[in-house]
Design a protein around this ligand. Structure first.
Ligand code: FAD
Length: 546
């Protein structure tokens, strides 16, 4: 094996390691250094990861004497907040313009498998300021946001509605006499519920509320809303808020609730990059309904990478455990074998490792596509934005679902020890599985993809489909017959060809079924009736992408 010992992590074998682990590592059929460079996209990245790891390990404020598993929830939130402050104060250790790469890695090393009181500030609040503010708002808000004078969150979901945003109940009614919006929570179900960091930490929020002006409702719009007094940190008059209590996981984040009682904010606190309300109350609509999609695609690429990382960590734990765990014999009297030698164990472990790689590469791909489409948007071309948005929504759904199933398989692969919190599985699972719900509930996401696919199918049938490279196969007229005669001889192209053929067949079968139902019932009823098929179709389309 061609290992250069000067390369970081060229050799993971350490004196005193478990001999079974060392034995497995010595039989590796690939060069570890090359593998890392391939997985992390280059030598420089691997070297930077090592530097960041060493920095975190050598920073006393990041070292915990007591593991988080033994702390109370309040202590976990406190510790997370303290470390998050140090982490951002020492952010010079990383390239802060590279959140997808260095930022995510740095944060995972410092915070672990959890969020913290400032997570939403960076993941959702700051991107909204950047993406939705007009130039004057950007000048006013971006400086204090970057300097953390504002600590923000994103308040969209309500007790009554999360998926169906058109039915959000919180209102922002424009008052032209004072040039203010009046924010109000008209019902219990209109209470904002879930925003991360809202419970104890944030002093401002992006609030999504139904915009009313001149007596008309213009749908949900984002507003910049001060929530707590910057001096005392007490809630502003007209604002009631607090923590929603312990959750399934991610307990380092103080998710909260929020109620408005005729709370007034200036007109200019409506984000006005795309839509506007003029002083007299005239509403100016956005030039393109899908302009907000770009940021969502980027957040999805981060989520997919995060999920891949969780599955990868679980796979490493499961595989290492299986190498050191000896139980039972394959040949009587030959001694107990490493459980990794059982075919059933390999069947349980190895697909999860393969999935973790596939998901990681999918995240890279989505990020690259996002950058390309952003460039196109800059030239005024929005054609591919909807398709990229659909693909990234669906991938988020499939990847988070597969990750949840995979982590559970890996936990089972560790027997009783997998059930101990010391195994890390409970924390990996409860952290990762949140991704099936936030940023769009998975089934709702798949149905969104299906809607896009049905539109494509219709356009292909009519002959005016405009599809990006990623979806071009939908319009192919290939017979769909498999080229694979033997698994030993099939190429990558053959496998992709077959995946595309299956996806295409399912898309048109679902389309025909939907159209047939539409002849006897309303479109919405037909959609509901076909929705299981539609989800399966969307899922296969995403597996095809993977
Ligand atoms: C850990 C975590 C952090 C969060 N952080 C935030 C945050 O910071 N800010 C924020 O605003 N929100 C946050 N949320 C809220 C989250 O975005 C919503 O919970 C999510 O969008 C799902 O909405 P819901 O709760 O209304 O689910 P529901 O839509 O009520 O889902 C319940 C069930 O109904 C099904 N369903 C719903 N609609 C349809 C449909 N049209 N067709 C078929 N089936 C349907 C779903 O598939 C699901 O099975 C967070 C949630 C979690 C778990």
């Amino acid at each position: 094996m061609n290992i250069n010992p000067t390369m970081p992590y060229a050799n993971l074998i350490q004196p005193g390691d478990n001999p079974d682990l060392t034995k497995e590592r010595k039989t590796a059929s690939f060069n570890l250094w090359k593998m890392q460079c391939f997985v992390y996209e280059g030598e420089e990245v691997v070297k930077r990861r090592k530097e960041i790891l060493e920095f975190v390990q050598s920073t006393p404020e990041f070292n915990d004497e007591i593991p988080a598993e033994f702390l109370s929830r309040e202590e976990v939130v406190d510790r997370g907040a303290r470390k998050a402050v140090v982490m951002t104060n020492k952010a010079d250790a990383i390239d802060t313009s590279d959140f997808f790469g260095e930022g995510m890695y740095y944060q995972s090393l410092v915070i672990g498998r959890d969020l913290h009181s400032m997570s939403l500030h960076y993941i959702m609040f700051m991107p909204t300021i950047q993406g939705q503010s007009d130039d004057d708002q950007m000048d006013e808000w971006m400086g204090p946001t970057a300097a953390r004078a504002f600590l923000g969150t994103f308040a969209q979901t309500e007790l009554g509605h999360g998926s169906n945003l058109t039915k959000l109940e919180a209102t922002a009614t424009y008052d032209p006499k004072t040039e203010e919006f009046v924010l109000h929570t008209p019902t219990l179900t209109a209470t904002k519920w879930w925003p991360g960091g809202l419970g104890k930490s944030c002093n401002v929020a992006v609030v999504m509320a139904q915009l009313y002006t001149n007596g008309q409702c213009k749908g949900p719009h984002p507003f910049f809303v001060p929530l707590r007094d910057p001096e005392t940190h007490m809630p502003m008059k007209g604002v009631t808020l607090g923590d929603i209590g312990p959750k399934f996981g991610i307990n380092g984040s103080d998710n909260g609730f929020l109620i408005f009682d005729h709370y007034r904010i200036p007109r200019r606190n409506m984000f006005m990059r795309f839509s506007k309300v003029l002083p007299d109350g005239t509403y100016v609509a956005p030039p393109h309904a899908k302009l907000g999609f770009g940021t969502m695609v980027f957040v999805r690429s981060i989520m997919i990478k995060d999920q891949a990382t969780q599955l990868g960590a679980a796979a490493v734990i499961g595989i290492r455990y299986s190498a050191v765990r000896r139980q039972g014999e394959i040949n009587e009297g030959a001694g107990e074998v490493q459980v990794i030698d059982y075919r059933t164990q390999q069947f349980r472990l190895l697909p999860q490792l393969a999935r973790a790689f596939a998901f990681l590469f999918a995240a890279y791909e989505i990020k690259t596509l996002y950058l390309n489409v952003t460039e196109q948007i800059g030239t005024g071309n929005m054609d591919l934005l909807a398709e990229l948005h659909a693909v990234s929504s669906g991938l988020k759904a499939v990847v988070s679902w597969e990750t949840a199933q995979g982590v559970e398989q890996l936990r089972l692969a560790c027997g009783g020890h997998g059930y101990s919190r010391a195994s890390a599985f409970p924390d990996i699972y409860t952290y990762a599985v949140g991704g099936c719900t936030y940023e769009g509930e998975n089934i709702v996401m798949l149905l969104q993809v299906a809607r896009f696919l049905m539109k494509c199918a219709k356009e292909v049938r009519i002959g005016n489909a405009k599809l990006a490279d990623i979806g071009a196969y939908i319009a192919k007229t290939d017979s769909g017959k498999s080229h694979i005669r033997s698994w030993r001889q099939c190429s990558d192209e053959d496998i992709i060809h077959d995946f595309e053929a299956v996806a295409r067949r399912m898309i048109f079968a679902s389309y025909d079924r939907l159209k047939s139902f539409e002849t006897t019932m309303t479109k919405k009823e037909a959609w509901n009736k076909c929705s299981i098929d539609l989800c399966k179709t969307a899922r296969v389309r995403e597996l095809c992408e993977l």
